[in-house]
Design a protein around this ligand. Sequence first.
Ligand SMILES: Cc1cc2nc3c(=O)[nH]c(=O)nc-3n(C[C@H](O)[C@H](O)[C@H](O)COP(=O)(O)OP(=O)(O)OC[C@H]3O[C@@H](n4cnc5c(N)ncnc54)[C@H](O)[C@@H]3O)c2cc1C
Length: 391
Amino acid sequence: MDFTFTPDEERFRAELKAFLAGHLPEDWDFRDFVGEVEKDERREMARVVNQALAERRWLALPWKEEFGGSGAGHMQQAIFTDETAYARMPGGGGQGVAWVGPAIQQFGSQEQQRLYLPRIAQGADTWCTLYTEPGAGSDLASIQTRAERQGDEYVINGAKIYASGAQDATMGWLAARTDPNAAKHRGISTFAVPMDAPGISIRPLEDMTGGTQLNEVFFENVRLPADHLVGHENRGWYQVATTLDFERSGVDSFAQGKRNLERLVAAAKDEASLISRNPAARYELADRWIELQVGFNVAYRVPYLQAEGLVPNHEASVSKLYGSELQQRIAGTGMHLLGQASQLAPGSPYARMGGAFSHLYLASSAATVAAGTSEVQRNIIAQRGLGLPRG
Ligand SMILES: Cc1cc2nc3c(=O)[nH]c(=O)nc-3n(C[C@H](O)[C@H](O)[C@H](O)COP(=O)(O)OP(=O)(O)OC[C@H]3O[C@@H](n4cnc5c(N)ncnc54)[C@H](O)[C@@H]3O)c2cc1C
C-alpha cells in the first residue's frame, strides 16, 4: 500500500479546504460542536453548501459525468469525506451518494440510473435506508415487510424502525420480502420508494441525547409501480450486503475523532490544572492519537483497494468497527480529562465546552450499533477475514 497521496490528490485536498473556508463561517465548526447551531440555521447552510457543491459536480464526486458527478477516483472521494467531516460541513450527498447511488449504479436498470442518480447529484432528492424492523436487525434476512406483486404493482405492508433521516427524506431504499416461501435469504428484493406515497407514515423516535433523527416508518397497502424494483426480484439480499459494505467504509469517524482530540489537546495546553490533577490523562491522549494514525490507515485502505480494482469486504468491517469504538474511546477520554463538569449536559451554564463531550459520550454509544453492531462486524472479520468457522 502506498502511504502518500499523489500531487493531484494533494491539489484536490487544498482546493476543497479553500472551498470549505469560503463557504462556512469561521466559527462554524466550534459553534456546531458545542450545539449553538439551530436546526433551521443548519438546514439553510446545508442548502447553500449543497447548491455550491452540485454546481461544481462535487456532491456526487466519483460518479460519471452523465449522472452529475466528476468521474473522480475512490481516493479523491475519501479525501472529500475526510475534509468535510473534519470541518463538520452541513449537507453533502448523505445516504444517496454514499450507498444508495452506488447500489443503483451496480444493480439498477439504465432507466433507473438516469432517473434517480442526477437527482441525487443535484441535491434534489434525499434518501433514507429502510432495512431494520422491530424483529430483524442483526439478523436482517428475517425481515417480514411484505412486497406482494399484484399486476403492474407491488403492494407494501409492514413496519421499519431506526430509519435515520426518514422524516426529511424524499426517497427510501427499501428491503422487503417478495417470496415468503423461499429460504429467508432468497425471498428479499430492494425498491426505490417515494416517501410521500399514500400509505406511508413516519413517527420520530427520541434517542437518549434528546435527538429525533431516528424514525419508525409504517407501510399500509402502499402501491408501488413494478418498475420501482431495483435489481432482480428475490436477489435483494446480495444487493443489501453489497450496500452495507459501502455504508461501512468511510474515513469520517476518524476525521471527526481527530478534530475532537485536537480540542482536548488544546484544552489541556490552555488549562494546566487539567493535567496536573490527572496526569494519566496525558497517556490517554497519547493513546488516542496513536489509534487515530492506525485508524486513518485502516480507513484509507478501503478506497486504495477499490482504486486497485479489488472489492473490499471484511476491510470495510475493520474500518467501521475500529472507527466506531475509537469514537467512544475519544469521548471517554474527554470525560476523564475535563473532569466532573464534563458530565453536565448542553444548556448548563457550568458545562465544559457547552457540554459537547457529555453529548458526544452519549451519542457515540449508538456508533457501535448503527450499520451493524460490533459483534456483527467481528463475525464478518472472523469468517471472511480470518476464515474461521461460524460460531
Ligand atoms: C444511530 C443508528 C442509526 C441507524 N440507522 C438505520 C437506518 O438508517 N436504517 C436502518 O434500516 N437501520 C438503521 N439502524 C438500525 C441498526 O442497523 C440496527 O440497530 C442494528 O443492525 C442492530 O439491530 P437491533 O437493534 O435489532 O439489535 P439486535 O440484532 O437485536 O442485537 C442485540 C444484541 O445482540 C447482538 N447479536 C445479535 N446477533 C448476534 C450474533 N449473530 N452474534 C453475536 N452477537 C449478536 C448484537 O450485537 C447486539 O448487541 C440504525 C441504528 C442506530 C443505532
